[in-house]
Design a protein around this ligand. Structure first.
Ligand SMILES: NC(=O)c1ccc[n+]([C@@H]2O[C@H](COP(=O)([O-])OP(=O)(O)OC[C@H]3O[C@@H](n4cnc5c(N)ncnc54)[C@H](O)[C@@H]3O)[C@@H](O)[C@H]2O)c1
Length: 431
């Protein structure tokens, strides 16, 4: 018996078996791999479609599936977006879009007291115009949350600093607001209030002189004291008790005005002085003890509205956005003498309490308490000069402004639960 060689009919490898072997090899090494590759690319394309659609759980915007270049362009896009808008917070719930100014138009602006009530609204305006704004504040009555919406903006800086200490900075304009403004707060540490108005103003004037910046002081209607003329025009020199409970503030501001004009006359510093009358609006400190915040907070909680004295004393109230527009017009205009900024719409305190009750639909009583010492009996600005020199006058009615302020305090109350308004005596700001 011999082994088949495949060469003959009875050989080991027949022609059929060689054909089957070749066909099998072709199938294993060529056809199947090609099929697998084809199936794989099919699966790949399905996967791609899932990534770029929404069905796979990812959206087109999901950065986990972006390439390096895409991530970089997304980062640049986000950076551009952040550099032109605020981030919403409870103090400022809308996104505010800032302008982009060319280098020669963008100013470096310092706002002392910029975390306070008026200062933070002024900062909003200056930031939205596209300027570089530095806030200097010691947080005595100011609150970080008032400017928190600008914290990530590249044009904004916050410096925790007390203006009674010197400050070095390169700036084009200085809005000098730093000073507590409500009687309970400025009476809490009267010596400090005097230092803030005097040493603080000297330090800011020194800075303005060194860097040739224009400086604006926020003075006050309190420099007219308990006025003997009505309404008060800028030419009136006032009637101030130099040693009363309000004098740390009133006389502090009077000497601050004197310093402004001494620096102007002696060293050619460009000065602006605003005499501000009662101003109200969102971001007022809930514990500042001023009549607008106290009445609204009391009315919203159905607690008695507390009036000091008979309630016949008069006040006029301006909404904060009008004041900010006036400060801005004064700083950027050519007028150099002191100027009143206020709303001449005058109320007795009793009338004002009734008005707040009506707007808040409150059932609160009105309670009369002992009068406070040196409380001015009348207060109403003559704003003819501001109309003529700045082309400025208030645009927001007291009612419109109050309804925005009431909404704001309602939000604060919802958060806080209860607020006990500050009485007339000296008190430290709560938070
Ligand atoms: N709001 C008004 O009705 C009114 C009326 C007249 C004048 N003003 C003037 O306007 C300015 C702002 O008033 P406001 O109502 O916003 O008061 P505010 O108390 O809310 O703001 C004052 C700001 O100055 C800061 N500050 C106080 N002492 C400081 C110091 N030594 N160093 C650094 N920062 C200091 C406070 O922390 C606060 O942020 C004040 O100069 C005030 O005299 C306000």
């Amino acid at each position: 018996m011999s082994a088949s060689t495949g060469s003959g009919k009875g050989g080991f490898f027949s022609k059929q078996s060689i054909f089957i072997l070749l066909a099998g090899t072709m199938l294993g090494y060529v056809v199947l791999p090609v099929l697998l590759v084809e199936t794989g690319s099919l699966a790949g394309s399905v996967q791609m479609k899932m990534k770029s659609g929404t069905n796979g759980g990812y959206t087109n915007d999901d950065p986990r599936h972006l390439g390096g270049d895409d991530i970089m362009s997304r980062l640049i896009e986000n950076k551009k977006l952040l550099s032109t808008q605020s981030l919403p917070t409870d103090r400022s719930p809308q996104v505010m879009e800032t302008a982009i100014l060319s280098d020669h138009r963008r100013k470096k602006i310092l706002v002392t007291g910029g975390a306070g009530f008026v200062g933070s609204h002024l900062v909003d305006k200056l930031m939205m115009e596209g300027h570089e704004v530095t806030v200097v504040d010691n947080f005595f009555t100011g609150q970080k949350k008032n400017v928190a919406h600008w914290m990530h903006h590249p044009n904004f800086s916050l410096v925790v600093h007390d203006v009674t200490e010197p400050l070095m900075a390169e700036v084009n304009q200085i809005y000098h607001l730093a000073c507590p403004a409500s009687p309970p707060h400025y009476q809490f540490n009267p010596v400090k209030t005097i230092k803030t108005s005097t040493m603080g103003t000297l330090n800011m004037l020194g800075l303005a002189k060194r860097v040739k910046a224009r400086i604006l002081l926020t003075s006050t209607s309190e420099i007219y004291g308990d006025p003997q003329v009505h309404p008060q025009a800028e030419g009136y020199w006032g009637n101030v008790n130099p040693i009363g409970p309000r004098s740390c503030y009133d006389e502090g501001k009077r000497v601050a005005e004197t310093m402004m004009y001494s620096y102007k006359d002696q060293s050619n510093v460009e000065v602006r002085v605003a005499r501000i009358f009662n101003t109200f609006g969102p971001r007022m400190h809930p514990n500042d003890g001023r009549v607008v915040s106290n009445f609204i907070i009391q009315a919203l909680q159905e607690k008695p509205l507390t009036v000091y004295g008979e309630g016949d004393q008069t006040r006029s109230f301006q909404y904060v956005s009008d004041l900010v527009d006036g400060l801005h017009a004064l700083m950027n205009g050519g007028y150099e003498r002191p100027i009143n900024l206020g709303n001449p719409d005058e109320f007795t305190i009793k009338e004002f309490a009734v008005f707040i009750k009506k707007l808040t639909k409150s059932k609160s009583d009105i309670r009369f308490l002992a009068a406070t010492k040196d409380d001015p009996s009348k207060r109403k600005p003559d704003i003819s000069l501001a109309k003529e020199k700045l082309k400025w006058e208030p645009r927001v009615t007291v009612e419109e402004g109050l309804s925005k302020t009431i909404d704001y305090f309602q939000g604060i109350l919802d958060e806080a639960g209860e607020i006990i308004p500050t009485g007339p005596g000296a008190s430290k700001p709560q938070n």
